[in-house]
Design a protein around this ligand. Sequence first.
Ligand SMILES: Cc1cc2nc3c(=O)[nH]c(=O)nc-3n(C[C@H](O)[C@H](O)[C@H](O)COP(=O)(O)OP(=O)(O)OC[C@H]3O[C@@H](n4cnc5c(N)ncnc54)[C@H](O)[C@@H]3O)c2cc1C
Length: 464
Amino acid sequence: MSISPPELRVAIVGSGPAGFYAAEALQKAAPGVRIDLFDRLPTPFGLVRGGVAPDHPKIKSVTRVFDRIASQPGCRFLGHVRLGEDVSVDELRARYDVVIIAVGAETDHNLGIPGEHLAGSHAATEFVGWFNGHPDYAESVFDLSQTTAAIVGFGNVAMDVARILAKNPDHLATTDIADHALRALRSSRLATIHLFARRGPVQAACTTPELRELGELEGVDVMVDPRDLDLDPASAEQLARSDDRTPARNLEILHSWAERKSSGAPRTIVLHFNVSPVELTGTHRVEEMELVRNRLEADARGGVRAVATSERQRIPVGLLFRSVGYRGLPLEGLPFDERRGLIPNVEGRVVEQPGSTTAVPGVYVCGWIKRGPQGVIGTNKSCAAATVDQLLADVTAGVIQPAPSSQSPIDDLLRERGVAVTSWGDWLSLDQAEQERGAAAGRPRDKVTSVAEMLEIIRTRRTG
Ligand SMILES: Cc1cc2nc3c(=O)[nH]c(=O)nc-3n(C[C@H](O)[C@H](O)[C@H](O)COP(=O)(O)OP(=O)(O)OC[C@H]3O[C@@H](n4cnc5c(N)ncnc54)[C@H](O)[C@@H]3O)c2cc1C
């Protein structure tokens, strides 16, 4: 669809993949559109900077596409502006024809078991943010003097956590991993890393390349009990029915590992299937985890569910990471679906409440806050394009009527509030500063991990 209301003013909140792809779709379909792209951090790119593992640099190169989008005429970046704190949804609605919310899913699910909040028990979100230099987690501390860690979950984030914990730090030293993480990982005493999946290998949420990488790590043995790979009837049927080759490929890899003997490598990753944690115990910090064995059975929707048996086991654990899914956070002034952890919407149009079809005029969503924390970076492109299609259909139908705002410009409002807004130019100078710091150590960049320091660098470079 192509449309030409040159005066259409759009606020996009969140400069992760979804925000950028929404901007790109608008630029293509509505030339002349004016876009203000907000982020709570002075840095753009969302999880591409703060989530994607540092040893996967090719994936991060998608930022070159985002650079092009940000450099288009009519597109501004307003960093260090938090929706809900520095500006409200209503204030944006009063100043823009359209507001697109693309704030991602920034928190995580709990396990909901006793002992979960003992010291040494962490969300994968926290660990991932920490090793990626996200300012929210720069002060986090992980006790890597422990010898045994457990990761609950078997998706790609769990694979990333296991790999970063197990990998030889020398192999991370050429990446953009946060400096504090590299230092801590260099003195890690971890010898055993357990990964626990609630269901079987057929239901594993990880993709094949990420699984395979575990077996390719230098100095690491990967162990799996062959009995864990015996398929129950429901899983065998699911595998036979699956159009997706991932489960079969994953199984092939797992079988090859089940045949391997321990090489006596300094670190071991042990994979467990069909188990759920039921309790964490310890005097001052997590020391032990109790697990229950599950049996799998077909459910009414054609899937396979885990049912707890009476078989239990306890294993010593000094560090625990839960990696059982991300979750969106509510934003003041917008409805929220507590059950699903996202903003209720119909094809990207925000609706008054879950299940409603009454749209909140002029407000749209895309990315993880629209559909939940699923999908890779590219998935957000079609997701954002679908939202923009609905938005443009609403413009065409006259539901949205671009009109000059009677309110003071957003820049004035933020200035009056003393918000230190940062621009795309500021990000480029911070980016350059990080690259210069990194070059000295033979690294692509040395990330600045505090917002105050980012603002100071930006201020110095503006005046210098
Ligand atoms: C640990 C991890 C690793 C991943 N690795 C890969 C990978 O290797 N390959 C791949 O293809 N996909 C990967 N993904 C998936 C990919 O990162 C997501 O699909 C994608 O980032 C979701 O995009 P988004 O824009 O919806 O959210 P995000 O990327 O989370 O972006 C949201 C943005 O909104 C901003 N924001 C939040 N709240 C506010 C607010 N109140 N005001 C203003 N701004 C706000 C945030 O600062 C952030 O910049 C990974 C995901 C995770 C969690």
